[in-house]
Design a protein around this ligand. Structure first.
Ligand SMILES: [Zn+2]
Length: 466
C-alpha cells in the first residue's frame, strides 16, 4: 500500500475518534488564552502517538508544539482551538444556547484543531510505515480570535526552521483560500487628567475624556489621507463615571488595519502623534497599551496549487437529505440578503458553490483579493511559505462568528468538512516530505516575494499577551 493510502486508511479507521474529539472541544468551548482543557486534550493525543511535545510557548501557556520524525524537511500544520464569547448554541435550527451568555465555537475552531491533529497523526503513521524521512509538526496555536497567538509564537522563533506551513478553516466552500488579509495593530490609549467638581471648579480639572474625543476627531480627519483599503475602528472603553466629575481617566481602544504591514506601521505612528496632540490640547498625559499586531497574508501560489490538487484527490464532502434540510432551516434564520451579499463579496454564484451545502471542489476564486479581515496565519506566511484551504462545514451564506456557525460546528455537517481537510492536509504533507523539488520551488517563490525582507515582529519590545 502506498504512503497516501496508509494515511487515508488511518483517517478512516479512526473516524469516530476524530468526531469524538471535535465534539469534546465543542462541548467545552474556551476563550483565547484560556484553552487549558482544549490544548491539553490535543497535546496529550499527540504525545500518546509518540510526538515530542513542548507545552507552553513564550508567555502563552496554552500554546504547544508537537514534533515527530527528525531532520529536514520540516512541515508544519497549524491548528487552532479557541472559542468566541456569547456564542453558546445547541445543534439546533433555533437560537438555543447550551448556556446563556457562555462561549461557543462560532468559528468552528473545534473542527480546525482536530482536523489538523488527525492529519498530523495520519502523516506520522505513514512516515513510520514507509520509512519517510523528515519532520511533521503540529502547532497548537491559541487565541487566534484576538490575534494574540501566532505573533507571540513567531516572536519566540518556533516557526523559523519550517520548510512550509499549511492549514485550513471551516467555511461554506471547498477550495483553496488564496486571498490575503489585512495586517493590523490593536492598542489602547490611556489619557490621564485631573478630576474636579464639574460645576464648582471646572477650571481646576483637565478632562481625559476630552482627550479621547479630540483624538478620535483627529483620527477621523486622517481617514481622508490614508490608503483606501485601510480600516480604523474604536470603542471608548473608559469615559469617566459621572457628569459632575471631570474625568481624570479615559481610555480608547483602536484597531488599525491595512493591506500591508508597512501601511499599518505608518498609520499607527500618525495615530500616536494624534494622541500626543490630543494630550497637548487638553493638558493631559497619555500612555499606550499595545495589545497585538499582525501581518497581512502572503499566499504561496505553488503551495496553494499543491493544496488544490490534494483537495481534489481527497474529494468533496457529500451530505444526506437530512443534513441538507438542517442546513436550509439554519439558512432561514439568516438576514434576508445574507446569502446574496456573501456570494457577491467573493464573486461567487449559487450554482458554482451549491446551495445549501457545497459538494464540489470550487476552482480558485479569490486569488489576488484582500479579505477585509485579519488572521494571525499572516505572520507565519512571512516566515515560511504558507497556504490554506477551506472546506464546507456550514451552509452557504452562514457568517463566521454566529450562533448558526456554532450549531454547524457541532453537527455531522461540520465533521464531514473537517475530514476533507484532514485528508487534504495529510496528502499535501506527504508530498512535501517526499518531493524535494517541490519544496525547493515553494521556497524559491517565497524568497522572490520576500525580496530579502526579514520578518520583524509587529510586537514592540516587552509586549506581553493580554
Ligand atoms: Zn476562525
Amino acid at each position: 500500500m502506498s504512503a497516501k493510502d496508509d494515511a487515508l486508511q488511518f483517517l478512516e479507521a479512526h473516524y469516530t475518534k476524530w468526531i469524538e474529539l471535535a465534539k469534546d472541544l465543542w462541548e467545552h468551548p474556551e476563550l483565547g488564552l484560556q484553552e487549558t482543557r482544549s490544548s491539553k486534550l490535543l497535546a496529550d493525543e499527540l504525545e500518546r502517538a509518540g510526538f515530542s511535545v513542548q507545552r507552553g510557548v513564550d508567555q502563552l501557556p496554552t500554546a504547544f508544539v508537537a514534533s515527530w520524525g527528525d531532520g529536514k524537511p520540516i512541515i508544519g500544520i497549524l491548528g487552532e482551538y479557541d472559542a468566541l464569547p456569547g456564542l453558546s448554541q445547541k445543534v439546533s435550527a433555533v437560537r438555543e444556547p447550551v448556556e446563556e451568555g457562555a462561549p461557543g465555537h462560532g468559528c468552528g475552531h473545534n473542527l480546525f484543531g482536530v482536523g489538523c491533529l488527525a492529519a498530523a497523526l495520519a502523516v506520522k503513521e505513514s512516515m513510520e510505515k514507509a520509512g519517510i524521512k523528515g519532520t511533521v509538526r503540529y502547532y497548537g496555536c491559541p487565541a487566534e480570535e484576538t490575534m494574540v497567538g501566532k505573533p507571540f509564537m513567531a516572536r519566540a522563533g518556533v516557526f523559523d526552521d519550517l520548510d512550509a506551513a499549511i492549514t485550513w478553516h471551516p467555511f461554506y466552500v471547498n477550495s483553496v483560500w488564496w486571498s490575503s488579509f489585512l495586517a493590523m495593530n490593536s492598542f489602547k490609549v490611556n489619557f490621564h487628567g485631573v478630576a474636579a467638581h464639574a460645576a464648582a471648579a471646572p477650571h481646576e480639572g483637565r478632562s481625559a475624556l476630552d482627550a479621547v474625543l479630540l483624538m478620535d476627531i483627529g483620527v477621523n480627519f486622517m481617514r481622508e489621507h490614508m490608503p483606501e483599503k485601510a480600516r480604523i475602528h474604536c470603542v471608548i472603553t473608559k469615559g469617566g463615571q459621572a457628569p459632575n466629575v471631570v474625568p481624570a481617566y479615559a481610555q480608547v481602544w483602536y484597531y488599525v488595519r491595512a493591506p500591508m504591514r508597512e501601511q499599518v506601521e505608518e498609520i499607527y505612528a500618525r495615530m500616536l502623534d494624534i494622541a500626543k496632540g490630543a494630550a497637548l490640547m487638553t493638558g493631559t498625559t497619555y500612555d499606550v497599551d499595545f495589545l497585538t499586531g499582525g501581518y497581512d497574508m502572503l499566499p504561496n501560489d505553488t503551495l496553494c496549487e499543491l493544496l488544490l490538487e490534494k483537495l481534489k484527490e481527497a474529494g468533496p464532502p457529500q451530505f444526506t437529505p437530512e443534513e441538507k434540510e438542517f442546513a436550509r432551516q439554519l439558512q432561514a434564520t439568516l438576514p434576508p440578503n445574507a446569502i446574496e451579499d456573501a456570494l457577491r463579496s467573493y464573486g461567487l454564484s449559487r450554482e458554482q458553490v451549491g446551495d445549501p451545502l457545497c459538494e464540489v471542489i470550487v476552482e480558485p476564486y479569490d486569488k489576488g483579493r484582500v479579505l477585509p479581515a485579519s488572521t494571525d496565519v499572516g505572520d507565519v506566511s512571512h516566515i515560511t511559505p504558507t497556504a490554506q484551504i477551506t472546506t464546507c462545514c456550514h451552509a452557504l451564506g452562514t457568517p463566521l462568528h454566529s450562533w448558526q456557525n456554532t450549531a454547524f460546528a457541532g453537527s455531522s455537517i461540520g465533521f464531514k468538512g473537517m475530514m476533507v481537510a484532514a485528508r487534504t492536509l495529510a496528502l499535501a504533507t506527504l508530498d512535501l516530505l517526499t518531493k524535494p523539488d517541490l519544496v525547493k520551488a515553494i521556497r524559491e517563490e517565497f524568497e522572490k516575494k520576500r525580496a530579502g525582507k526579514k520578518y520583524v515582529s509587529p510586537l514592540p519590545e516587552g509586549a506581553v499577551p493580554h
